[in-house]
Design a protein around this ligand. Structure first.
Ligand SMILES: [Ca+2]
Ligand SMILES: [Ca+2]
Length: 350
């Protein structure tokens, strides 16, 4: 039944217009007009706003198509086809073979688009192209959260970095992890008459993932925020200006949360510049009234060689040897602001 209206549209018109078109012109015109009339009737009956027709050759099909067009988002395609059909003067069509074929094809592409849409819906409805079974209790990506838990949280059950956190962070939704470029920048600072050089990240780089302890005792991945615009500040307890940045972060998070932004605080040292423990991260969280900002602690920096020292995360995200270092990464985890002291994401948002 599904192909009935399709055939009614094309075949009778084409058949009705075969012939030499001259000696039996009147007869051909009558056949063609009849076909056209049927077609117009069919179109009217198939209009989902009219509901199922109570009589006629395509009643069942119309009813089925009404549902499909209304429910499977084919409505626009169908309306386009109807608009096209309405623009064609079917009743006044030249009843020659060439003329009718040509006119009958005027809206064929619109009808094709509509039918493809309808048939897609049929395939889905009938399981013609079934989706793989998803076990709600399974943990497909092995991130510790079941598929149903992830669906409820809006995280990606097929992406290991995307999962809920106890801290209530605004986790992103990427299909695949970002492809890192590694650090390609140039950093330098002087001291004791020596010039130190290293390779930090720079604009356009995609950082490697890092995994750091947060104030709730969880390990947090940078790549969990792929899909979000990320602003992070690297600071330390002993650094007054870093505390100045921290004072503004939750207000900025509140302002931009709905604009797909996640702010992150990274602490390189406590008040004595020792690696921060969880208690220190918690105290930072409390002091600055964070509600959904991770406070992540950097691990100790190997100071045995410059090479080891400069490979530490705190140096990869530092171009001048001064903190606070503020970085911004766009939704593809590409660096768009590199240690420029800019924690305002507004110029980077759509
Ligand atoms: Ca999972
Ligand atoms: Ca996941």
């Amino acid at each position: 039944m599904r192909t009935l209206c399709w055939s009614v549209f094309l075949v009778p018109l084409a058949l009705g217009c075969t012939g030499d078109g001259k000696s039996d012109l009147e007869k051909l015109k009558e056949e063609c007009l009849s076909s056209c009339s049927n077609f117009i009737t069919y179109v009217e009956r198939c209009d989902f706003e009219l509901g199922a027709s109570t009589e006629g050759f395509c009643e069942d099909t119309c009813s089925e198509w009404n549902d499909l067009t209304a429910e499977s988002e084919c409505e626009d395609d169908y309306a386009t086809f109807l608009d096209c059909s309405a623009s064609v003067n079917w009743a006044g069509a030249e009843c020659t073979e060439e003329g009718m074929v040509e006119k009958s094809m005027i809206c064929a592409d619109k009808q094709n688009a509509w039918m493809e849409c309808v048939n897609d819906g049929v395939a889905d409805d009938t399981g013609g192209t079934p989706e793989p079974e998803v076990d709600p209790d399974a943990d497909d990506d092995g991130d510790g959260w079941t598929n149903s838990e992830e669906e409820a949280a809006g995280t990606n059950p097929d992406y290991v970095y995307s999962h809920p956190y106890a801290g209530g962070y605004n986790v992103g939704f990427c299909e695949t992890p970002p492809e890192t470029t590694g650090p390609t920048g140039y950093g330098t600072m002087g001291g004791d008459g020596t010039v130190y050089e290293w390779s930090p990240y720079q604009l356009g780089d995609v950082p490697e993932n890092f995994t750091l302890l947060d104030q709730h005792g969880e390990m947090v991945d940078l790549y969990s925020f792929c899909g979000k615009h990320i602003v992070f500040a690297v600071g330390a307890g002993w650094c007054g200006p870093c505390r100045g940045v921290a004072e503004t972060l939750q207000a900025e998070q509140d302002l931009y949360r709905d604009s797909n932004v996640q702010f992150i605080e990274i602490i390189s040292g406590d008040n004595s510049n020792n690696p921060p423990d969880q208690a220190f991260l918690e105290s930072w969280h409390t002091e600055y009234g964070f509600t959904d900002i991770p406070v992540l602690g950097l691990v100790a920096q190997d100071q045995s060689t410059w090479e080891a020292y400069s490979a530490h995360l705190s140096m990869l995200f530092d171009t001048d040897g001064y903190i606070p270092s503020v970085w911004q990464l766009d939704t593809t985890t590409t660096i768009v602001s590199a240690d420029e002291g800019n924690s305002d994401p507004s110029s980077f948002l759509d």
